[in-house]
Design a protein around this ligand. Structure first.
Ligand SMILES: NC(=O)C1=CN([C@@H]2O[C@H](COP(=O)(O)OP(=O)(O)OC[C@H]3O[C@@H](n4cnc5c(N)ncnc54)[C@H](O)[C@@H]3O)[C@@H](O)[C@H]2O)C=CC1
Ligand SMILES: C[N+](C)(C)CC(=O)CC(=O)[O-]
Length: 489
């Protein structure tokens, strides 16, 4: 069944939602009265196409279909998810939700992107209040996984459905059981924002100095452990109680201005905007978005390698994406006489270099991942390795045949040239569609991780390897096999 999302309001946040759904294979139907909406959403989606597909090491499904509609009633037709992202004004939101409910499927999830309104406020006057929930995302919606889901009155099945959809989009639904103004994350952000305004107004620090105090320090820390886990570590061996004993008294000192809000005068707005222009005005907004996205991709892929926080979420998404596909299959599920597809992934943003194409070390990275996947296929998986058997690479030869850029989906197909006893000789071919990009020839030895010396592979692994070696022996010899760099002497 095709999956359809309706995006009502396609500004910064609606555009981000449109990209998140579209790039995960959903059809997206947009309504926004702004005549510039199509252009603006197109620019957000273009940014998302650069950044999102390379986050995981498995390619996303083919993009869905994007369409623009003249009315809300038309846009919500057939949608299983309707996301409202109109301006943060209660009256506009309530009127929009009423229009949505008069035309949408009664089974659809209606999510509101509201940063601050409670579901009970949004639901006032609604025909089916229990269908409306807060689904508060974070900018950029196509990269950041968090969605605060607030729906105290919704049926548990609707919540489960909403969680399942968001998870399938690679998002992290944080289900809050109680409604409160500004939910949880914006309460925290608001406290920091308020304090920062005071610091500028009082002439203590500039916008740039405040940003530096975040991005060179606790901002990096928060991205991986949050507040409480970070402070637990800061308590040292004595832990959280010691931390609280040490810093608890400071709560009573005048370290914050709490609810004391600076008056929002033109002077303050000009002061902040002027300092912000001086700090960042040399970059256009789309440039800043791309800088932000590059940094987020690199950070999230770093966390992915650690299998931690937002990175662990990417690994879980990838695991689901592999299920039931050739990328989750094992030897017995695959024909012995055909090359084995060991990778199908998008070239991530951080794999390119100053020449504007995939940098050479990433060819080895991609081939090494393909070898790992082939090892998994023949049974040399994490469990087997934890018991002390594995393969070490003894020799590698890579040929760079053609260029490839970030965002391109590459496929690697693998052939066993020789596989018997301890020896495994693999030949990888990397393609963009039919275009050969590179080949990788790798010779590996099975080893004991205890002695660090070559050792026989377990019988089931050798059998799986031999099966492919025999099946592949009948295929034509690949061009370039066994080649060395023929330097004149
Ligand atoms: N900008 C941010 O950082 C975040 C905003 N939000 C929330 O998302 C919602 C939207 O905010 P933004 O995207 O930032 O605003 P925005 O101003 O960028 O976009 C709002 C869009 O709604 C359209 N619009 C206006 N009236 C409409 C109507 N009656 N029907 C359909 N579309 C209409 C406008 O043409 C515009 O494209 C707000 O509730 C906001 O609190 C949530 C998370 C972060
Ligand atoms: C400023 N804001 C309240 C609209 C911010 C959010 O709601 C979340 C975010 O992306 O920072």
């Amino acid at each position: 069944m095709s999956k359809t999302a309706a995006i009502i309001g396609g500004g910064v946040i609606g555009g981000g939602w449109a990209a998140r759904f579209l790039l995960n294979g959903w059809d997206v139907q947009v309504f926004d009265p702004d005549p510039q909406a199509e252009r603006k959403i197109g620019e957000v989606i273009a940014n998302a196409r650069r950044a999102l597909p390379g986050l995981t090491d498995v390619a996303l499904p083919p993009e869905g279909k994007l369409s623009y509609h003249a009315t809300i009633a038309e846009a919500v037709q057939g949608a299983q998810w309707v996301q409202e992202s109109v301006p943060e004004q209660l009256k506009i939101k309530q009127a929009t939700l009423a229009d949505i409910q008069s035309a949408c499927d009664a089974e659809a999830v209606i999510g509101s992107s509201t940063s601050g309104f409670k579901p009970s406020e949004l639901q006032q006057g609604a025909t089916r209040p229990e269908q409306i929930m807060v689904a508060h995302p974070f900018n950029p919606v196509y990269l950041l996984p968090l969605v605060e889901l607030v729906a105290p009155e919704a049926a548990p099945e609707l919540i489960d459905k909403a969680k399942a959809v968001l998870t399938s989009l690679g998002m992290y639904p944080l289900h809050l059981k109680k409604e409160i103004d500004a939910h949880v994350a914006d309460r925290l952000l608001e406290a920091v924002w308020r304090e920062a305004l005071w610091l500028v107004k009082d002439g203590i620090a500039t916008t740039e100095e405040i940003d530096d105090s975040i991005r060179y320090g606790f901002g990096i820390r928060w991205a991986q452990m949050g507040l409480f886990e970070t402070y637990r570590v800061a308590g040292g061996e004595a832990g959280m109680k010691h931390f609280m004993a040490q810093f608890g008294p400071a709560l009573k000192w005048p370290w914050t201005k709490l609810m004391d809000v600076p008056e929002f005068t033109d002077e303050l707005v000009d002061l902040i905007a002027g300092q912000s222009d001086a700090q960042s005005g040399m970059h256009g907004i789309r440039d800043l978005e791309r800088i932000r996205d590059n940094n987020l991709v690199v950070m999230m892929r770093g966390l992915k390698a650690q299998n931690w926080g937002a990175g662990a979420l990417l690994n879980a998404q990838e695991h689901e994406m592999r299920k039931g596909t050739v990328h989750g299959a094992l030897a017995a599920d695959l024909p012995a006489d055909a090359l084995v597809e060991t990778a199908h992934r998008t070239v991530p943003l951080d794999w390119t270099d100053y020449n504007g194409h995939m940098t050479e070390s990433r060819y080895l990275h991609a081939f090494a991942d393909a070898t790992d996947r082939f090892m998994e296929i023949i049974g040399c998986n994490a469990e087997y390795i934890s018991k002390g058997g594995s393969y070490f690479t003894a020799e590698t030869h890579i040929r760079h045949v053609d260029e490839v850029h970030a965002g391109v989906v590459i496929t690697i197909r693998t052939r066993v040239i020789m596989g018997e006893g301890k020896k495994m000789h693999l030949w990888h071919e990397m393609y963009d569609g039919d275009r050969l990009l590179a080949t990788g020839e790798h010779f590996l030895l099975h080893v004991s991780l205890e002695t660090r010396k070559p050792s026989p592979a377990a019988p089931h692994i050798e059998a799986a390897l031999v099966r492919f070696a025999k099946g592949h022996a009948g295929l034509p010899t690949p061009e370039g096999l066994g080649r060395a760099i023929g330097a004149p002497r």
